[in-house]
Design a protein around this ligand. Structure first.
Ligand SMILES: O=C(O)CCC(=O)C(=O)O
Ligand SMILES: [Fe+2]
Length: 303
């Protein structure tokens, strides 16, 4: 795709033109000429289609978007979850918005996929820059489909068979117990009172495209099931080093008014913590997702 190539109106992806500036051959794009506060239904449908295809989209100059507009946008792209399983929303009017505020220890300097410690992690996230440091605080995304594809076939076959335990206690157990006295948000219809480890396939099959991704992350993946501790550690180290190779990554330098939207089923991300004591505040909403399905589950369904 050449830079700034519009989607053809006849494309099955969209009924309208979106002007995309690709950031990599198959990963990431800046979407030009869309005002997210007033986008048409056709533009929203095109954005939703491109989200799965490009995996992370960036929108510049979205100054008209405020918290209410961000929630409205999220509800147009999909179905919003609560802000976070254990962290409350920014206020009673915006229970869907999760604030990451550096003044309140809101950092994301560990590679992770959002909320994989729940049975149904979000489909996607929409992040808006609210307060930025003068410099620094860039965010990086890695393409987990490219990471899977660029493994050797023998390692792909091994990964296809594995499951992994994901656990949110290291990152959020303290918050749930101390700051919320054991009473978190309502997630999938139930109040979260503890974070029970969950098991997800190491290779996730994308529910819309059937593409495979290497679905593990250092933020929440605790161990590989059914192998020794040493094997689990070495396998995870191998996967993490691989998925964060520079050619799998796009890096975004934020400006005021920027919005990022990512497919949380096929990416990991990491926010650089390199801005000292400067304040950085980001607002996120997440789209409801489904339980990850692996290669083995699909095979057994086919029998
Ligand atoms: O602060 C950022 O840039 C990313 C924060 C994050 O991990 C998220 O919004 O899910
Ligand atoms: Fe995140």
């Amino acid at each position: 795709m050449s830079p700034l190539s519009p989607v053809s109106p006849s494309s099955p992806l969209a009924a309208v033109d979106l002007t995309l500036e690709p950031l990599g051959p198959r990963f990431g794009a800046i979407v030009h000429d869309v005002d997210l506060a007033t986008a048409s239904d056709a533009q929203v449908a095109a954005i939703r289609a491109r989200l799965t295809e490009r995996k992370v989209l960036f929108f510049r100059g979205q100054h008209a978007l405020d918290p209410t507009g961000q929630v409205r946008l999220g509800n147009r792209i999909g179905e919003l979850t609560a802000s976070h399983p254990v962290v409350p929303g920014i206020d009673d009017e915006h229970t869907e918005i999760y604030a990451l505020d550096s003044a309140d220890n809101g950092f994301s300097d560990v590679w992770h996929t959002d909320v994989t410690f729940m049975k149904r992690p979000p489909l996607g996230s929409i992040l808006r820059a609210v307060t930025l440091p003068a410099c620094g605080g860039d965010t990086n995304w890695a393409d987990l489909e490219l990471a899977y594809e660029s493994l050797s076939p023998a390692v792909q076959r091994l990964a296809d068979e594995l499951d992994a335990v994901h656990d949110g206690n290291r990152e959020f157990g303290y918050y749930l117990a101390q700051r919320r006295q054991g009473r978190g948000s309502v997630w999938e219809g139930e109040t979260v009172t503890s974070l029970e480890p969950v098991v997800h396939p190491v290779v996730r099959v994308h529910p819309e495209t059937g593409r495979r991704s290497l679905f593990v992350n250092p933020g929440f993946t605790e161990r590989i099931q059914g192998v020794s501790d040493a094997e689990s550690r070495h396998l995870l180290d191998l996967f993490y080093a691989h998925l964060t190779k520079p050619e799998h990554i796009v890096r975004h330098r934020w400006a005021e008014g920027d919005v990022a939207m990512w497919d949380n089923r096929s990416t990991v991300h990491y926010a650089n913590r390199d801005y000292g004591d400067a304040r950085r505040v980001m607002h996120r909403v997440t789209l409801r997702g489904d339980a990850p399905v692996g290669v083995e589950a699909l095979r057994s369904q086919a029998v």
